[in-house]
Design a protein around this ligand. Sequence first.
Ligand code: GLY
Length: 361
Amino acid sequence: MTSFAIVIDKTETTLVRVGYDYLARMGLLIQKELPHRAYVLITDHNVLELYKKEIQTLLTDLSPKGELIALPPGEEQKQIFPVTVIINRLVELGVDRETLIIALGGGVVGDIAGFVAAIYMRGLSLLHIPTTLTAQTDSSLGGKNALDLPGGKNMVGTIRQPQAVFIDLKFLSSLPAAEWQNGLAEVAKYGLLEGGEYFSLLESQSENLRERRLEKLEAVIAGACRIKKNYVEIDEQDRHTRRFLNLGHTLGHALEAASGYAVSHGQAVALGLRGELALSRRLLHLPEAQEEKAQAFLDSLGLPRKASFPLDRKAIVACLKMDKKRESGQVRFILLKNIGQPFLAAGIPEAAILSVIEEIQ
Ligand code: GLY
């Protein structure tokens, strides 16, 4: 098992553990490392169905026995009304500030439980047990949580660090292929941002990643978590360098939104990475040989080169203009000077954006 801490300051520290097949010991580990007066585990019906026995054992191993809240699965739950239902349930259960909230699931469960833990009685302790590759390498770390509004995704939320994130790679064996690809795109993002040894590690592990040989991937996942730790510790509030974690996502989110969310997040981010690499090369920041190396690396992970759906260039550019991270009316892209050297770029000519959309069409 790999363990380390994300340290924001003396009062906000997250213990991160990464290992393979320790769900059966999770209850005892929580009891030892995060003892609380009460526990409420939030999950969804899909995860509960897959891990019913293990979740029951976990709850029974907690003393006093933990309560369970299982949500209907899906992004629609990430809205204000369903969240008020959960909050009322916490009131019924008599939950107070000495309770630990345990979020066991993917990104949606993590967002909802994280939001609830951040606002209920002005804040409860939170443990994430992420079950998807995206949640294990990205969304469970760094304290962001958010709900959707009719006007846009992730429009309401907080940044509040969890007390711990316990990552068990074994969960990933039950992931659907599209979910695995979503996570692979995030892992690839870390390789491109970090370069150096982590990029070489990913290159050497590309077959294990493609074939999902989980027992071989602890160093890959723990490495991604450590890279995220470095960004979060320096810029918890997402004002400057944490934004580098958006590599591939500015264009990726616009592709997703322009398709009416018909395309998977993984495909959108993979194409976003490809497009932003091409944009880096076109604007003469990234040498051609580096772009080819980066594109070949994405190929080695089995990530798509071209969209499997029609790209509406006008709609994509309109969505880019709506990007919630724009500043002074300008869309900001994370581009690369080299593999491992990201920077924030604004004022990108629309013609350059249109031509990279052609390249991924
Ligand atoms: N997912 C990007 C971040 O946590 O900042």
